[in-house]
Write a protein that binds this ligand. Structure first.
Ligand SMILES: *Cc1c(COP(=O)(O)O)cnc(C)c1O
Length: 363
């Protein structure tokens, strides 16, 4: 990256991620935990997060071969699971050489695995569709798929897995239904199981089983849409931080920014921070979206631009150019910012763009 004095950066608190991983382990204390570091560790840097967690982590999970190879090339030797398995038969040979575990979620992948000639037994995680209806074998097909993998001499450790559609709604009965469908499909097969994402780790003890798959909670955001006490001990791992690059005093009736979406209804002190949608700040942030200036919470006013946002500084007499602006982090919860843009913290984190330097601290 070309050096720049633009004051925007994402500070990544590695100590918070370690704390959150330990919290995930403690919450499901009989299970091992695959730290989910797909999508560049939800925008936090997969290599840095992977290396930091490697001495502790029971394993890692990623979405595709490229993500797994990046971890292997950086020296990470822990078990790694490809959450969507192979996308072509050729990938199985590469996965074998890199010592990866594969999800098998469909007939084609089953055929590829059975036809492969790996150098050592391939660990296979059989995905059952218990109600998400996205990928996975129908529950009725499990026994036969499992029998074929068990009979195959080059298939190694097997595990049964599924994924929940609504575990983030702790009162919703659908997770019960999925648990029942899953257990019914297994019919007591003596197989390690993996069901729980972050929400299920925190809210569904029945889903803990043998391997959990914490993702968003590692990064310190609650998996629940509403404030939930179970997520309170999580520590935010990313602080997206900029600074004030302009301060001006506007009169009642003055519009701010593109489209004049916000019109001042009183004398208004406006601050401009160097961050915009090209950095990953959500363009759909509404007026009132929370932001902190020098540690005090205020609001976005006016449309988000590509490189700048405008903030209400009315009543903050002591703020100066260069004062810090936190877009999300320890003062402003990413979940609250996400709500103000009709999205989720997962999307905010994974949208932080290449233009934003990641600065590691805390370990
Ligand atoms: C991404 C993913 C997870 C992690 O989910 P969180 O909600 O981030 O904890 C777990 N399992 C699978 C299959 C995933 O794709």
């Amino acid at each position: 990256m070309i050096p720049s004095s633009r004051p925007l950066r994402a500070r990544i608190h590695l100590d918070a991620i370690l704390h959150n991983y330990r919290l995930a382990k403690g919450a499901a204390s009989k299970a091992r935990a695959l730290a989910v570091i797909k999508a560049n560790a939800y925008g936090h840097g997969a290599v840095q997060v992977g290396r930091m967690l490697a001495p502790q982590a029971d394993g890692f999970a990623v979405a595709c071969l490229g993500e797994a190879l990046e971890l292997r090339e950086s020296g990470i030797r822990n078990p790694i699971l490809l959450l969507e398995g192979a996308f072509s038969p050729d990938e199985i040979a590469v996965a074998d050489r890199a010592d990866l575990a594969l999800v098998v979620h469909c007939r084609e992948q089953l055929d590829w695995v059975l036809a492969a000639r790996p150098s050592r037994p391939l660990p296979c995680w059989i995905k059952i569709d218990s109600g998400m209806h996205r990928v996975g074998f129908a529950p009725e097909a499990f026994a036969e798929v499992h029998a074929r993998l068990r009979a195959c001499p080059h298939v190694g450790q097997r595990c049964a897995m599924t994924h929940f559609a609504r575990a983030d709604e702790p009162e919703h009965p659908y997770t019960h239904t999925q648990l029942e469908v899953f257990d019914q499909a297994l019919q007591g097969a003596p197989l390690p199981c993996s069901l729980a994402n972050s929400a299920a780790i925190l809210a569904w003890p029945r889903a803990h089983r043998d391997w959990t798959r914490p993702g968003i909670m590692l990064y310190g955001a609650s998996p629940f849409a509403s404030e939930d006490a179970r997520a309170r001990d999580l520590r935010p791992a990313m602080t997206l931080e900029s600074a004030l690059i302009a301060i001006r005093d506007l009169r009642p009736g003055d519009p701010i920014g593109y489209g004049g979406r916000f019109v001042c209804d009183r004398p208004t002190r406006v601050g401009v921070a160097a961050v915009g949608y090209a950095d990953g700040y959500p363009r759909h942030a509404r007026d009132g979206s929370p932001v902190a200036v020098k540690g005090r919470i205020t609001r976005v006013i006016g449309r988000v631009s590509m490189d700048m946002i405008t903030l209400d500084l009315t009543g903050m007499e002591d703020v100066r150019l260069g004062d810090p602006v936190e877009l999300w982090g320890r003062t402003v919860s990413a979940t609250d910012v996400a709500h103000a843009s009709d999205t989720i913290a997962y999307q905010l984190f994974t949208s932080v763009s290449r233009r934003v330097p990641l600065v590691y601290e805390g370990l």
